[in-house]
Design a protein around this ligand. Structure first.
Ligand code: KIV
Ligand code: NA
Length: 273
């Protein structure tokens, strides 16, 4: 873990070469992404993406820890940040600190992330005071989608823009080392990036942000449900996997698989599979 990128390394990259971030939830995907990214986020999006829950509210502390452990096992270089799930931090600073400690102690991750600005500043400050780096998350906050009445773009009104700036300032002042800005009008995310001294990580935000993040399954075309406009698909694994399954099914039904290379002869070959 000595060579891992840390939260302070990320903080120092404000205004520099864009910080490359992706989500990761599993050991093999972490193995594949580690060489290419600066930061891997074990997002609570795992609840939707891998577990099929309708919203991120389906994530639990146990779920986040199990996936955090898998991503840590699969990476050696990236800064690993684990999302704090809904219900694990909002009610008090003490609850937030206890949950953050559990995540870091049980996974060995470099930092935690939580959603909220002015309303969660106390929690961020308490976790940071306890020695755990925190990444903020402002703008569209998926854990609040039920009380917000849907996934709505932020920064469309003067009032909301002012609130976003207050949130960004609060997260920075509370000691966060960086902040995700999600689903926010481009010019507003750009202005906030210039306004605060910690790196902003954009998703559906602005190319001016100090870094970018996408949900891994979205960007490799693994997501079976609708993907948001801000996603760019760099690969289409849906079709690759569906095609592999179709060919396998045809070969099993046609007794073309297994072939001679995939079975063991009594008289030749090795003793191990
Ligand atoms: O859970 C998640 O994947 C996230 C990113 C989209 C920022 O919070
Ligand atoms: Na999240």
């Amino acid at each position: 873990t000595g060579n891992r990128i840390g939260a302070e390394d990320i903080r120092r990259r404000k205004g520099g070469v864009p910080i490359v971030c992706l989500t990761a939830y599993t050991y093999p995907v972490a193995r594949m992404l580690d060489a290419h990214v600066d930061l891997l986020l074990v997002g609570d999006s795992v609840a939707m993406v891998l577990h099929g829950h309708p919203t991120t509210l389906g994530a639990s502390l146990e779920m986040m820890i199990a996936h955090g452990q898998a991503v840590m096992r699969g990476s050696t270089k990236a800064c690993v940040v684990v999302d704090m799930p809904a219900g694990s931090y909002e009610s008090s600073a003490a609850e937030a600190v206890a949950s953050a400690r559990r995540i870091v102690e049980e996974t060995g991750c470099q930092a935690v992330k939580l959603e909220g600005g002015v309303d969660m500043a106390e929690q961020i400050a308490a976790i940071v005071a306890g020695g755990i780096p925190v990444m903020g998350h402002i703008g569209l906050q998926p854990q609040s989608v039920e009380k917000d009445g849907g996934y709505k773009i932020k920064g469309r009104t003067e009032e909301n823009i002012a609130a976003l700036f207050r949130d960004a300032e609060a997260v920075e002042k509370a000691g966060a080392f960086s902040v995700v800005i999600e689903g926010t009008v481009e010019a507003v995310a750009s202005d906030i990036t210039r306004h605060i001294a910690i790196p902003t990580i954009g998703i559906g935000a602005s190319g001016d942000c100090d870094g970018q993040i996408l949900v891994i399954d979205d960007m490799i075309g693994m997501t079976v449900d609708r993907v948001p406009k801000f996603v760019k698909e760099y690969a289409n694994l849906r079709d690759t996997i569906s095609d592999a399954a179709a060919r396998y099914a045809a070969e099993v039904r046609g007794r073309a698989f297994p072939g001679p290379d995939h079975v063991f002869s009594a008289t030749s070959g090795k003793d191990k599979v």
